[in-house]
Design a protein around this ligand. Structure first.
Ligand code: SAM
Length: 285
């Protein structure tokens, strides 16, 4: 195996592999960034890793040095062929050709990892499908110790935003239902070949275990959708618009639950979405 991020560009040329923009192909070229991602992930020799989009294997190689097994799902057949050669002498690395949004994730995990193996997701994500991948992973969050991903900095800002700020929104609140999010490291565009148009950041999501929101799942999701439908409206107005058939004074309803009648949805923290969402869900049944 000879995978060195500093040689990413030369490797792509040698393999006659032109990065495809529409597949979000931006390959890491900076060893300190690769090391930073692996350190942030906090993986150890007993762990398994699910990598999404291994590309030319820069991160895959660093992970393989540290963990028991790496299973990497790559959509691009050209890269799959290259990776199979690059990692031919590494039986702990298994390359799976496929679309991560289409693979049967529980089946994949069961096939490759023993039930007692702690599994981490570590990935430099293709940005065009960050959100669907993220929710796909979080749906199966109970299978993962942590999910360490590189995302656009703007998305990272939304993931860690606090209530009442501009970046706080449906994405923040929806992800918070599943996991706690930690910031790791900033990655400049120059750390990739070819450089993306945006700055990037690595974040680490630790799925709640047990989830404090297990009892309010539907209500939480529904209230998040209602609360952020129109950010300029008060929560009471958004509730009125979402439920025109219910003869309820929503301002009074909010006050009865301990909230200001004129509160905006963006002021609600995850615990509020759970408490108020559960009450709303009961009303809707
Ligand atoms: N991990 C490599 C690195 O850091 O250098 C490459 C990361 S690159 C940002 C994203 C990778 O995801 C590309 O290799 C791309 O082909 C792959 N990819 C894009 N869409 C995918 C999908 N739906 N399923 C699996 N892999 C995908």
């Amino acid at each position: 195996m000879n995978v060195d991020p500093r040689r990413t560009k030369a490797l792509a040329r040698a393999l006659d592999l032109r990065p495809v923009k529409s597949r979000g192909q931006h390959f890491l070229t900076a060893p300190p960034i690769v090391d930073g991602i692996v350190t942030c992930a906090g993986v150890g020799p007993e762990d398994g890793v699910l990598e999404i989009g291994p590309g030319l294997g820069a991160l895959t190689a660093a992970l393989a040095e540290r963990v028991r097994r790496v299973v990497a799902v790559e959509i691009d057949r050209r890269l799959v062929a290259a990776l199979n050669e690059l990692f031919a002498d590494r039986p702990s690395v298994h390359i799976v050709e496929g679309d991560v949004l289409a693979v049967d994730l529980p089946e994949l995990l069961n096939r490759h990892f023993a039930p007692e193996t702690p599994v981490h997701v570590v990935a430099n994500l293709p940005y065009y499908i960050t959100t669907p991948i993220l929710f796909r992973l979080l749906e199966h969050g109970d299978r993962f110790r942590a999910i360490t991903i590189m995302v656009q900095k703007e998305v990272a800002d939304r993931l860690v935003a606090t209530p009442g700020t501009k970046a706080y929104g449906a994405l923040t609140a929806s992800v918070a239902r599943f996991a706690r999010v930690e910031k790791c490291l900033d990655v400049p565009a120059g750390a990739f070949f070819p450089p993306p148009a945006v700055a990037s950041r690595v974040v680490r999501l630790v799925p709640h275990r047990p989830s404090p929101y297990a009892g309010c799942r539907e209500g939480y999701g529904h209230l998040v959708a209602v609360a952020f439908k129109s950010r300029r409206k008060t929560l009471a107005n958004n509730l009125r618009q979402a439920h025109p058939a219910l003869p309820i004074d929503w301002g009074a309803w909010l006050e009865a639950h301990g909230y200001d009648a004129k509160i905006r949805g963006e002021m609600l923290a995850p615990d509020d979405f759970c408490r108020l969402g559960a009450a709303l869900w009961t009303l809707l049944q």
